[in-house]
Design a protein around this ligand. Structure first.
Ligand code: EPU
Length: 420
């Protein structure tokens, strides 16, 4: 059922929460379960709609899935009976494309619906296809499906035209079972790629250089049963730090990995936030100061992530001065701008830059979520706004933020969910 969040803003957030497992790490890791000869047990799995969709997808292929009392998920591919990812599931979640590499590498066949565009851009998958072809897969597009066939993949030297996160993951998961050495140049360096590589290594893969732009893989004939704990969600953590900053509060996020979001911490400091890192905990504290507008340029890791752009734009609209947010990864990732204007925000868009002039106060409004991170920016703005805000189409947020209203309430926010 469609639901909406109703938020009464104006209270500084204060308190402590724990980070959940990373959405963008757990999805490829669950799909890596296809590659083994025995079960892969994954812990720190966040309770998210995208995880449910991913498990539905694996289940539709005949994979045996088990969830234990600690919510660890075990994926046993020995019962897999279909190598098809149908349109209805792929269209719900683009990340489904990451079954392509594992399926063709292990079974020599995969039929995966083309993901198509989404609210933030056209998002082609040409690099995934190019990489798998370089490893020897024969790929055709038939009736909206990518059909990949191979006898045995062979290691190759692959130059990616641009940095792609799921593209790197798909090729990496194929290369681990290819015969001989594969070298991926211009690979994505995101912490989620490193976490996937760590999981594959636990399964017996031979991978070097994950986290750098050159990943070298020595193919192995088979991967074994293993366990893996998913890395903390850096985007979720940073979203809560922004919520602390915009409300003039103080929030600590525990069980996180501050070394994976240093570019964001540095921008928070530039915005006037006192940031303290202690081991696996990070605190954002405004200490009574006012926010300063900052300029943002999104780029692949380790630069500032596109997935935090919308949240920083929300901060800029109530910060002192003019801020420029430039989106360099996706061509249409400013859907939140018109919605933020409903709070009274002054924002104009020139090319791929959103220029904002900060206002002293925002007014609660009725707004609509358009994609996952856009929803996060609306919630952040609502927490700072005077009066009540209703955020509709909240299913977007449930794809990527675990128990968001419980975590916000734990920090003192007044928020409730209602059926639309
Ligand atoms: N691109 C191509 N061809 C390809 C692949 C990518 O042209 O074959 C382009 C894309 O259109 C885009 C750029 O390359 O302009 C980078 O896209 P990338 O492939 O890195 O994005 P992705 O792998 O589809 C992941 C995350 C996104 C995150 C981006 C960028 C997952 C499941 N998704 O997407 O997360 O924004 O990397 O960091 O890992 C989110 O969590 O809200 C989200 C959208």
């Amino acid at each position: 059922m469609a639901s909406k969040l109703i938020i009464s803003g104006g209270t500084p957030l204060s308190g402590q929460i724990s980070a959940s497992g990373a959405k963008n790490a757990v999805l490829p890791i669950l799909c890596a379960g296809i590659l083994g000869e025995g079960p892969l047990t994954v812990s720190n799995v966040p309770h998210l709609q995208d995880v449910t969709t991913c498990l539905e997808l694996l289940g539709s292929m005949g994979v045996t899935l088990e969830v234990d009392e600690k919510l660890n998920v075990s994926i046993d591919p020995r019962t897999l009976s279909s190598q098809v990812a149908h349109y209805d599931l792929v269209s719900k979640m683009r990340a489904s494309i990451v079954v392509l590499g594992p399926l063709v590498a292990k079974y020599g066949y995969a039929k995966v619906s083309l993901p198509g565009g989404c609210a933030i851009g056209s998002r082609p998958v040409d690099q995934h296809i190019k990489g798998l072809e370089a490893l020897g897969a024969r790929i055709e597009i038939e009736d909206g499906y990518i059909v990949a066939k191979a006898d045995k993949l062979k290691g190759a030297h692959i130059y990616m035209d641009m940095v792609t996160v799921t593209g790197t993951e798909n090729i990496l998961m194929a290369a681990v079972l290819a015969e001989g050495e594969s070298i991926l140049e211009n690979a994505a360096r995101e912490p989620e790629v490193v976490d996937l590589a760590d999981c594959l290594i636990a399964m017996g893969a031979k991978i070097e250089g994950a986290g750098t732009n050159t990943i070298t893989v020595q193919g192995v004939p088979a991967l074994k049963a293993a366990s893996h704990r998913v890395v903390a969600d850096r985007i979720e953590t940073c979203t809560y730090l922004c919520a602390a900053a915009i409300t003039g509060g103080k929030v600590t996020v525990h069980k996180t990995r501050p070394d994976t979001f240093e570019a964001v911490l540095s921008k928070l400091e530039e915005a006037g936030v006192k940031v303290t890192v202690e081991g696996e905990s990070v605190t954002a504290d405004m200490e009574g100061r006012a926010l300063k507008a900052v300029d943002i340029y999104t780029a692949p890791y380790p630069a500032f992530p596109t997935d935090m752009q919308a949240q920083f734009l929300a901060m800029n609209i109530v910060a002192k001065g003019v801020g420029r947010v430039t989106e360099n990864i996706f061509e249409n990732r400013f859907m939140h701008v018109d919605e933020l204007k409903r709070f009274g925000a002054k924002i104009s868009i020139t090319g791929n830059t959103a220029i904002s002039e900060g206002l002293p106060v925002l007014k609660g409004a009725e707004v609509m979520a358009t994609d996952l991170r856009a929803s996060a920016s609306l919630i952040i703005a609502a927490l700072a706004a005077q009066g009540e805000t209703t955020v509709s189409r909240i299913y977007h947020i449930d794809r990527g933020y675990e128990c968001i209203e419980e975590k916000l309430r734990q920090l003192g926010a007044t928020v409730r969910r209602e059926a639309s």
